[in-house]
Design a protein around this ligand. Structure first.
Ligand code: GLU
Length: 551
């Protein structure tokens, strides 16, 4: 076969050569050891946790090593493309602090290795397609859908492997006259790879996450260019990752079966393959067994789920770190206040089988993350959440930010900060009693206490309450009320001889707590009253006395 003739027949307009491409996209000038990686999503509009896991892994590898992370839009399958998907993706990742140094932007491109949208790179792919034809490693195939279906049926009948290979690859060795006749007739064609692999052979391969693998060689003459001249993902990614000087490809392990074909492509194209990191899927427990997170069954797969559920960005991020790097939790325990970027992320600590997603664990991580934030930060985050998901809460907090801040400051900042919130939807039920229009008495006084005791305690409180008291003076007054009513002011004494008392000082506090907060459980009463202010506290206690029929 005269491959030069064939190459010119198929690609008459391609005049550039791979050398021209090399000159256009030279090696990057980077420090030793710098990792260049990318996200290469298809613009389907659905951004899922797997994208974030992949993005986060690539981002850490690049930025910790001083290399760039870029975004390439793999839009070769126009049918799956959703308008606006690129901006949805960029915004979603920006939200999680995954920032690209170059690549596709919302309305264009930034960087020297573009264009970064594959449909705009068709001329580049054709240079390499022509080169492969010239080398005798690619050929046109004119099979119609019907012919391919017939091959499939025949393979099924013969119990042969499926695919276009060996004797089934009917255009693989056709004479140039046949090809010319088809071209002259204007029949559509695809360009296929001429595989020399055999499924009898294994190729050794070292994946940076999965470790040493033995993969079966590829014997299929896969499609490189579709009949409209647009490449398949396989062909496009090999050309792009080479020309964009990608050093490390991080992607889902659903691509592992295609890897032998990809390695063949890199070899035929004369490219050095990048290093590969294939990430296992995110799994979850379903009853007693593990299964992959599914788009259909699991809302938590969508990234939008986390913001709408009220998880702060930092919680999701820290949680993913805990599932991605087995040593992260120890690091966090040893460095509770360090910025997360101080953690040295390593692909060596990734689980080859994939990570187990556990929402309860995410909530635990989130409680810790929020407990470490200062009140200003919590307020800012809650406002940001409430603006979109709970306008009433937003209005309450924003009406008096100093008041809101002091509510959120309760129990914060010490060695053992309160861990009240896993998600920002926990905030409203936690603090609603601080707002008079939301305040309701929801808990009853337990029936084992005499109503007259409650009334006497509340009156005793009203008689002695002074908002200016420090916490010790305040508590001494509560104890005095306890003593006066026959309740133990000393818990030890009470435990030793409970029968001798009507109750204890904690019960007296509870009488007050129900009156002031409407419930039996609340943050520290002294702190709560300091925030509520004397007037509100007294009004509520009086209202309770009224309710109890004692005013
Ligand atoms: N477009 C492919 C995907 O969305 C990219 C795979 C890769 O990163 O190479 O899965």
């Amino acid at each position: 076969m005269d491959t030069k003739l064939l190459a010119d027949l198929l690609f008459p307009n391609v005049t550039k050569t791979p050398d021209d491409m090399e000159a256009l996209f030279p090696e990057r000038n980077l420090p030793e050891g710098a990792i260049v990686s990318r996200m290469a999503p298809s613009p389907t509009g659905f951004v899922h946790l797997g994208n974030l896991v992949q993005g986060l892994t690539s981002e850490r590898l690049c930025h910790q090593s001083g290399g760039p992370l870029f975004l390439r839009v793999e839009d070769t399958d126009a049918k799956r493309e959703v308008p606006g998907a690129v901006s949805v993706l960029i915004e979603a990742l920006r939200h999680y602090n995954i920032l690209f140094d170059e690549g596709a932007t919302i309305d264009g491109d930034a960087g020297d290795y573009g264009p970064y949208r594959q449909r705009q790179r068709v001329d580049i792919y054709h240079v390499y397609a022509k080169q492969l034809v010239l080398q005798g490693e690619a050929y046109p195939c004119f099979c119609t859908e019907e012919e391919l279906a017939a091959i499939h049926e025949q393979q099924s009948a013969e119990k042969a492997n499926f695919g276009y290979f060996g004797k089934w690859a009917i255009w693989r060795d056709r004479p140039i006259e046949d090809i010319r006749a088809e071209l002259d007739a204007g029949h559509p064609w695809v360009l296929r790879f001429r595989s020399t692999g055999s499924i009898e052979h294994k190729i050794p391969f070292n994946d940076l996450i999965k470790g040493h693998l033995e993969l079966t060689e590829n014997d299929i003459d896969h499609v490189l260019l579709k009949s409209d001249g647009i490449p398949t993902y396989h062909f496009a990614h090999a050309v792009d990752d080479h020309l964009m000087r990608t050093t490390h490809v991080v992607r889902g392990d659903e691509w592992l079966p295609s890897l032998p074909f990809h390695l063949q492509l890199f070899r035929s194209l004369g490219f050095k393959p990048p290093k590969y990191l294939h990430i296992g899927p995110l799994m979850k427990m379903d009853g007693d067994s593990k299964r992959k997170l599914s788009k259909r069954k699991d809302p938590e797969l969508a990234l939008t789920y986390y913001r709408a559920s009220g998880f702060p960005v930092q919680s999701v991020y820290e949680y993913l770190m805990t599932v991605l790097n087995s040593n992260f939790e120890d690091w966090r325990r040893a460095n509770p206040d360090a910025p997360i970027d101080d953690f040295k992320f390593s692909y060596k600590k990734m689980n080859p089988a994939g990570a187990l997603f556990d929402e309860m664990k995410l909530r635990d991580v989130s409680k810790n993350v929020i407990s470490r934030m200062d009140a200003d930060r919590v307020l800012a985050e809650v406002l940001d959440f409430a603006k979109d998901y709970d306008v009433e809460l937003y209005d309450h907090l924003a009406a008096d930010k100093t008041y809101a801040r002091s509510i959120l400051a309760i129990g914060r900042g010490g060695k053992k900060p309160r861990k009240d919130f896993a998600v920002f939807t926990d905030v409203r039920p936690y603090l609603d009693f601080f707002y008079d229009d939301w305040f309701r008495v929801t808990d009853e006084y337990p029936e084992n206490f005499a109503k007259s005791d409650v009334v006497a305690a509340l009156n005793g409180f009203l008689d002695t309450f002074d908002i200016a008291d420090d916490i010790n003076v305040w508590f001494d007054k509560i104890k005095a009320i306890a003593d006066k009513l026959g309740y133990a002011s000393d818990m030890k004494a009470f435990r030793e001889n409970p029968e001798a008392y009507r109750g204890n000082v904690a019960d007296i506090s509870m009488f007050l707590r129900i009156a002031v907060t409407g419930r039996q459980n609340s943050p520290d009463m002294y702190a709560v009253m300091q925030v509520l202010g004397a007037e509100r506290v007294k009004t509520r206690v009086r209202a309770m006395l009224g309710k109890l029929g004692a005013l």
